[in-house]
Design a protein around this ligand. Structure first.
Ligand SMILES: C[S@@+](CC[C@H](N)C(=O)[O-])C[C@H]1O[C@@H](n2cnc3c(N)ncnc32)[C@H](O)[C@@H]1O
Length: 157
């Protein structure tokens, strides 16, 4: 992209790093942070969103696969016979295709794929206060149209 658009290297620096190894305080903050196709490949998606929040001074765009789970998940909570219902949930996927699929996660990772509610509360918990789900149109990829993926715009304030 840099070469194609003849952008000087001092204006566009490219790095390849593990999201959990980033030195956030050294990097500083950015007007726009793009977190595309990443969180659902991670064992700690909420931690990665916290990293994105720390880097964001303006807008953060988070794009993710979503599960189709809309029913609450019922779970016990310390007392026999007492249960809670959670609308937010993650599906666990052991990533095994990293050798053949460069878009997968690193080997043996258990990825946590959020449903829409889980991505929303994770983004709020990370410290974003304004959230806006991008609305797909009929011409967009069917995954967005059907709700299997989504784009969430988030602002710190
Ligand atoms: C589905 S691809 C998305 C690639 C690109 N962002 C896009 O939207 O086309 C998922 C990417 O997440 C990367 N990834 C997985 N675990 C990561 C981690 N801990 N830190 C940084 N990137 C990671 C993988 O290397 C892979 O390139």
């Amino acid at each position: 992209m840099r070469d194609h658009f003849s952008i000087p290297s001092e204006r566009l620096e490219l790095r390849c790093e593990d999201v959990y190894e980033l030195d956030v305080s050294a990097l500083g903050t950015f007007d726009v942070v793009l977190c595309l196709g990443l969180v659902y490949h991670l064992e700690n998606p909420v931690g990665a969103i916290r990293v994105a929040r720390a880097l964001t001074s303006g807008l953060c765009v988070i794009e993710s696969q979503l599960t189709r789970q809309t029913e609450v998940i019922v779970h016990g909570n310390g007392q026999s016979g007492q249960f809670e219902e959670q609308p937010a949930s993650f599906a666990a996927l052991l990533e095994t295709d990293q050798e053949s699929n460069m878009l997968a996660s690193s080997g043996g990772v258990v990825s946590f794929i959020p449903n829409r509610a889980a991505l929303g509360i994770a983004v709020e918990a990370a410290g974003f206060t304004k959230l806006e789900w991008a609305s797909p149109t009929a011409t967009h990829n069917q995954q967005y149209v059907l709700g299997d993926r989504a784009v969430l715009c988030a602002w710190p304030q």
